[in-house]
Design a protein around this ligand. Structure first.
Ligand SMILES: [Zn+2]
Length: 815
């Protein structure tokens, strides 16, 4: 064995062996417990960054640990290969998105291999390949047949110069990222999947996920946003046209109904459009509203503006006349585009009322009679009703129920459960994505592509000029015939939201070679994923869509379980100087030179040692250096033959050394089980210090434990040393990963001595320390030899001795 630690040599040697033997390939073994460990797959952006290294190292440590526990472990990897950056790169570097993506995958794959991750490479998935995306086209058609997908008009960001739709991230300060033109809101037909049909289940099943962080579950609950309330109808007064129309508004605060002083509607509301017809001022206001980008955040932060319509509504209980306003902050997509405004009890309504001099009417007073000036600020909490007719003096909670009951009885509204969750808009007016498998026929309407004609393949040899999706300019793509009537028709040129690809990949890893159907029975063997690992930024969208897709696949008979991910670990960010590493801040650390300089094991060790996996990790060059020094010392210790005559006096007593050894192992095993890997490593470092202070037998036992517990983190050095030192059973060198996980020797943990309190004639006089299982004879000798007790014993006769094991010795003395 080399005297010097040469990480690159030992690491690449092992990695070549793993590659040649498909070392981490697994199949469905029924005699072993399965364990499916998955780190969220990467977008092939170009090269791995430190956040990636952390994410995938955590996954690899868990996989290797579970394998050593004797489980049948699947750890796959693949590429979330569709998305906008490939289009941007195509425009910038004049290279087709497919080529750019392929090159990046090639490079990142070599990086993964160089880090020694134990992936089953036979299952590699690349989502931009037709063999993958054809199945989501197939499922989409199934959902179309089940009426779970539909098409409706929805608002997009429209760049009037480039004549194209922009993604939210392509709108910078309200302008198109390339053209600089002020972005408009435009309505175009788009495809939606009915996630709202599963809202209740998506919410309730969160209670059955004890292995998920509370924080993530709370974020999902808030996103789904279930609220109980009422839909209340307000009749519209329109004497001119003499029509009977009504506005329906949803509210969770029926107790404030008597405080409604105006109604606000969205600029796209049909009533607003009607009002604009003969009123140029209103028409201009509506046109101006179109220039706010569609992102919810942009709408929330935009200045609140409004304009009065000539219409009034009638209050359902008091009959009061209420003005109807158009307001830029009311969204058509929420609550049918109309809200009842209670300025005394809602902050936004209050600000709007002050701005436009609208009436503010208080109808709830604070329970503790705190003075409150309703003209200065809204009181938004529950309280006691005032100025509310027969409901005055009721508590808010009671009044809500009573008022809803009354309007329900009078048919002026109905009790309703409302979700914040909207249906999932899956149309993207982009090129680099899965083509939506639909055909638009002038005679038949929208017709799905027949199953036998799938996949609809995305052309990859395209010229990218920048603005519009090339699909819209490629007749050979969009010209087709209608499957229903055979006449000339056009394909859908929109592509799927890329969240679709990442919503089911975890299941496809179970059967990536299946070309007859989306999933087969192997998916039921491997799913749900036992351990899923990824960033907290995916807490809502990706994790919610994947949970939804699992249920959709269950309901077309593809999987049997209800949820895709049993346990979830959300890893913290990698920070430098206290802030997130990012290209824009210029504080990134490239992992590649570090791997080349120190080796994969050092990088893995540092990243797992620096912080618990769910916490932020502060980058430290000194820390990397320290990790490397530790591995070097370990190597040199193993490579150096023990000195022939160690000075015995410097060694720890064997029983104490063994006890210490197994105490440390006990803690390491505990920390592995709770996934606190940083303290696993500090435990391993303690073990190494201890080994250097022990005699040969215990040192060998300690080293064999150390190599095994460190193996999941630094597999290359541990496997190499294990083999070189010929550890293994009955003198046979077996691979370290097939060696049994070290078990704590409970007998070594038992303390070897015991403390006894000594009482003389019922009074406590002192203490003695005895060996385990000391006899009465031993104890008596110890007591009589103890100098501090001599004065109590002198000249007395021992009449009786009572021993309480492990606790107390009572001597009865006489004259
Ligand atoms: Zn047709």
């Amino acid at each position: 064995m080399d005297q010097q630690y040469q990480p690159e040599k030992i690491e690449t040697q092992l990695q070549q062996q793993w590659e040649a033997s498909q070392h981490f390939h697994v199949t469905e073994e029924t005699n072993k417990e399965k364990f499916y460990c998955l780190s969220m797959f990467p977008y092939p952006s170009g090269a791995l960054h430190m956040g990636h290294v952390r994410n995938y190292t955590i996954g690899d440590v868990i996989s290797r640990y579970q394998r050593m526990l004797g489980k049948n472990v699947l750890q796959p990897i693949g590429w979330d290969a569709f998305g906008l950056p490939a289009e941007n790169a195509a425009i910038k570097h004049h290279v087709p998105p497919a080529k750019w993506t392929e090159d990046n995958i090639h490079y990142m794959r070599t990086q993964f291999k160089r880090l020694g991750f134990s992936y089953d490479w036979t299952r590699e998935i690349t989502t931009c390949q037709p063999a993958y995306y054809r199945w989501e086209q197939w499922l989409f058609i199934k959902l179309f047949e089940k009426k779970l997908v539909y098409k409706k008009n929805a608002i997009v960001n429209w760049d009037p110069v480039d004549q194209t739709v922009l993604a939210n991230e392509q709108v910078v300060d309200g302008r198109g990222w390339r053209s600089g033109a002020i972005v408009e809101r435009r309505e175009i037909p788009q495809w939606f999947i009915k996630i709202t049909a599963y809202a209740e289940e998506l919410l309730n099943e969160l209670d059955n996920l004890p292995g998920w962080p509370e924080q993530v579950k709370t974020m999902q609950r808030n996103w789904i946003g279930r609220s109980e309330g009422a839909l209340i109808y307000f009749a519209i007064e329109n004497n001119l046209e003499n029509t009977k129309e009504k506005l329906s508004v949803f509210t969770t605060r029926a107790d404030t109904l008597f405080g409604v002083t105006y109604l606000a509607i969205a600029p796209q509301h049909p009533l607003a459009i009607k009002a604009a017809k003969n009123n140029p001022e209103i028409a201009k206001f509506i046109a101006d509203c179109k220039q706010i980008p569609t992102a919810e955040a942009a709408i929330a932060t935009a200045e609140k503006r409004g304009i009065a319509t000539p219409y009034f509504a009638t209050h359902p209980l008091t009959g009061e006349k209420l003005p109807i306003w158009i307001a830029n902050f009311v969204l058509m997509e929420y609550g049918a585009g109309a809200v009842m405004s209670v300025p005394a009890h809602d902050e936004r309504d209050h600000a709007f009322a002050k701005q436009y001099h609208l009436l503010i009417k208080p109808v709830i007073k604070p329970i503790n009679n705190t003075p409150w000036d309703y003209d200065a600020a809204a009181f938004t909490e529950d309280g006691i009703l005032i100025q509310s007719g027969e409901f005055s003096d009721n508590l808010s909670a009671d009044a809500r129920q009573k008022i809803i009951a009354l309007i329900q009885k009078k048919k002026l509204g109905e009790r309703q459960i409302h979700y914040r969750l909207r249906d999932w808009g899956v149309s993207r007016q982009r090129y680099w994505g899965t083509p939506i498998p639909m055909i638009n026929c002038a005679h038949c309407g929208t017709v799905p592509v027949p199953e036998k004609d799938l996949p609809v393949v995305l052309p990859t040899d395209v010229i990218f000029t920048g603005a519009t999706s090339p699909l819209k300019t490629l007749p050979e793509f969009y010209q087709t015939t209608c499957p229903a009537c055979g006449k000339i028709a056009e394909r859908e040129t929109d592509t799927f939201d890329t969240f679709i690809e990442s919503s089911w990949y975890y299941a496809r890893y179970a059967c990536p070679d299946q070309n007859k159907k989306m999933l087969d029975d192997r998916a039921n063997y491997w799913t749900p994923v036992d351990q899923y690992i990824g960033g907290i930024e995916h807490a809502v969208l990706h994790l919610l869509y994947a949970r939804f897709f699992h249920k959709l696949m269950r309901d077309v008979g593809l999987v049997k379980s209800n949820e895709p991910f049993k346990n979830l670990l959300t890893q913290g960010m990698v920070l430098k100087d206290g802030s997130k590493m990012s290209k824009s801040k210029g504080n990134t650390v490239d992992p590649q030179p570090l791997i080349e300089k120190y080796g994969a094991d050092t990088v893995r060790l540092f990243i797992m040692f620096a912080a618990p996996p769910d916490q932020g990790l502060e980058w430290s060059d000194a820390g990397v250096d320290g990790a490397h020094r530790f591995l070097k010392k370990l190597w040199v210790f193993c490579a150096t033959p023990p000195s022939p005559s160690p000075s015995l006096s410097s060694l720890l007593a064997p029983d104490i050394a063994r006890r210490r050894l197994h105490e440390i192992l006990d803690q390491i095993n505990f920390d592995y089980a709770r996934q606190q890997f940083n303290t696993v490593i500090s435990g391993a470092m303690k073990l190494f210090n201890l080994i250097q202070e022990c005699d040969k037998t215990i040192s060998q036992e300690g080293l064999s434990i150390l190599l095994r517990v460190l193996f999941p983190v630094t597999p290359h050095i541990c496997a190499t040393l294990w083999q070189a030192l010929e550890f293994g059973q009955a003198g046979q060198t077996i691979e370290i990963e097939k060696a049994p996980w070290p078990v704590v020797d409970k007998t070594a943990l038992k303390t070897t001595t015991q403390q006894f309190v000594v009482q003389i004639n019922g009074k406590m006089r002192g203490q003695i320390t005895a060996i385990n299982n000391a006899t009465e004879e031993n104890l008596r000798e110890l007591i009589y030899a103890e100098p501090s007790l001599a004065k109590f014993l002198a000249g007395k006769t021992l009449r009786k001795m009572i021993v309480v094991p492990n606790k107390l010795v009572n001597l009865v003395l006489g004259e």
